[in-house]
Design a protein around this ligand. Structure first.
Ligand SMILES: [Cu+2]
Length: 92
């Protein structure tokens, strides 16, 4: 009983929401390619890529994938991904 509670808590902590700005998307197939590619990666859920705002929103599991890996996947597709944290760093 006690162990189960701890496991559930752990699971909540490991799943994080992230918003990523993506530069270089021109049309609906650009956003569809990014969405489909990330959807197939382990540890990524609830992904939605928004062409108009040039951003992606998703839940990721810290045990399976890191923000750096996610932006790397997007960059490998030929786009420029910037996480919110990097954006803040650049301003200073
Ligand atoms: Cu396109």
């Amino acid at each position: 009983m006690y162990n189960m509670v701890i496991l559930q808590k752990k699971e909540l902590i490991m799943k994080k929401h992230i918003n990523i700005d993506i530069q270089g998307m021109h049309c609906a197939s650009c956003s569809a390619i990014i969405e489909m590619t990330l959807k197939n990666k382990k540890g990524i859920e609830n992904i939605s890529v928004n062409l108009l705002s040039g951003s992606a929103s998703m839940i990721y599991d810290e045990n399976e994938i890191s923000p750096d890996e996610i932006t790397g996947i997007i960059n490998d597709l030929g786009y420029k991904a910037i996480t919110a944290e990097e954006g803040v760093k650049k301003k200073f």
